[in-house]
Design a protein around this ligand. Structure first.
Ligand code: ARG
Length: 457
């Protein structure tokens, strides 16, 4: 396609290092769509004759039908999906195929194809995140009133509900979805028509090609159009943040599925056995979600480092933009689906969660708050009195709510029997009624708000 000024062909290694077809063939649908939009515009503008345009469009449909059957061939000599599609088109319709590349370069072609691909990828992710949110909402609703220990420093802190804990992840996933949606809105401009870097002298209509491909309009600057990969980095940044959230949830599943925690039993479908230890049920899927997040974060870094030293406009380094995006997308798709499946099918051991919540003096803050509210102590003093009560309860081997009143009044005479109303874990949870708090009614409100948000999209 560009051999006119060359006397010799490339070396075998040159061919291999230069070719992107092994991975960019994934964009064949976008490549065909962009070529059809371009050809149609060339016809409408009188740049290419109508019969040639008709032949090109019909030929592209035939090429697409071939690709649909077997996929584009791994033909390294044809470098990339753009040259392969043009070569296949030439096979189909002959010389007229050579008119398709009028007023276009592979530089604006690849920028357009890749944007289209990333846009489709975002739509896929948004669909998957909807399912994940649905799963979290359903399980949160089921467990809106089930008490579990809330942790700070992974030490029992205050009781919360399992529904509240799951809704924390729902909040993260909702932000992830909004980040992907933002990235989609920002990238939805069409670089086609920037040509190699400077624009073109042909009377093209960039608004027409942009509209035909579902973009909001053309990109503004031809140099930026062919050298901008922000859209891919935005995608990867959104993916990295999402993967980070999935990894934290996965980590909790791994911890919770362990014998010392015993908070969750993963279903058989999402567990694996050991080849030597017959009793084992390992949370491999959760571990792999946690592991994949590292690779996804690496993909973002890989592309940013590739881009950071490039002068304007196109450099071949930019061909390395696709593998990290494709890899991250595949890993993220698997991770979201696996997490959704694990959440849907897990059995939460609410009895065990409750017992642990009940054992760790998790209502000590409620005692301190009661001393402030009912006995007028400054919080710092209440904190100190409560600390002594906890130490005494620990020495007696009792829960706070099972302490004899005399033991408590011996520590501070201002304590009276009403204190027992606030010392159970259920009372504690029910009292956390501030907006965004863990009281079961608040959790149900949050679930309703999450559902309403979901319906709006
Ligand atoms: N395969 C190339 C890529 O993915 C297409 C653009 C080639 N442009 C060029 N001037 N060699 O970036």
């Amino acid at each position: 396609m560009w051999g006119g000024r060359f006397a010799e062909g490339p070396s075998a290694v040159m061919r291999e290092i230069n070719a992107s077809i092994p991975f960019d063939k994934r964009m064949w649908r976008q490549d065909i769509a962009a070529s059809k939009a371009h050809a149609t515009m060339l016809g409408a503008q009188g740049i290419v004759a109508a019969d040639d345009v008709a032949a090109i469009l019909a030929g592209l449909d035939q090429v697409a039908a071939d690709y649909e059957r077997g996929g584009p061939a791994d033909d390294l000599a044809l470098e990339d999906i753009h040259m392969q599609t043009e070569a296949r088109l030439t096979d189909k319709i002959g010389a007229a195929a050579g008119r398709l590349h009028t007023a276009r370069s592979r530089n604006d072609q690849v920028a357009t194809d890749f944007r289209l691909w990333v846009r489709d990828a975002i739509d896929e992710v948004l669909g998957a995140l909807d399912s994940l949110q649905d799963a979290l909402l359903a399980r949160a609703e089921q467990h809106a009133g089930d008490v579990m220990p809330g942790f700070t420093h992974l030490q029992s802190a205050q009781p919360v509900t399992l529904g509240h804990h799951l809704m924390a992840y729902h909040a993260m996933v909702a932000r992830d979805a909004s980040r992907f949606a933002d990235a989609r809105a920002r990238m939805n401009r069409c670089p086609l028509g920037a040509a190699a870097l400077a624009g073109t002298g042909f009377p093209i209509d960039r608004d027409a090609t942009a509209a035909a491909l579902g973009f909001d309009g053309p990109t503004a600057n031809s140099l930026d159009s062919v050298s901008d990969r922000d859209f891919a980095i935005d995608y990867l940044a959104s993916a990295a943040q999402c993967a980070l959230h999935l990894s934290r949830l996965a980590e909790e599943f791994v911890l919770w599925a362990s014998q010392p925690f015993g908070f969750v039993a993963l279903s058989d479908q999402w567990s694996t056995g050991s080849s030597i230890m017959p009793q084992k049920r390992n949370p491999d899927a959760a571990e792999l979600v946690r592991g994949h997040s590292g690779r996804i974060l690496g993909c973002q870094m890989a592309l940013m480092v590739t881009m950071k030293g490039l002068p304007l406009a196109y450099s071949k380094d930019m061909q390395d933009d696709k593998p990290p995006v494709f890899e991250a997308h595949d890993l993220l798709g698997l991770s979201i689906a696996a997490m959704t499946g694990m959440i849907e099918s897990a059995t939460f051991r609410t009895d065990r969660m409750r017992a642990v919540a009940d054992a760790g003096f998790a209502t000590a803050t409620d005692l301190a708050d009661w001393l402030v509210r009912e006995a007028g102590l400054p919080f710092r003093e209440a904190h100190h009195v409560t600390g002594r009560a906890v130490a005494r309860a620990e020495a007696l081997g009792r829960k706070l709510e099972a302490m004899p009143l005399a033991e408590l009044t011996a520590i501070d005479a201002r304590i009276d029997a009403r204190v027992f109303d606030v010392l159970s874990i259920d009372a504690s949870v029910a009292s956390r009624r501030s907006f965004g708090g863990t009281a079961p009614d608040r959790v149900r409100e949050a679930i309703a708000a999450g559902r309403a948000l979901r319906e709006k999209r």
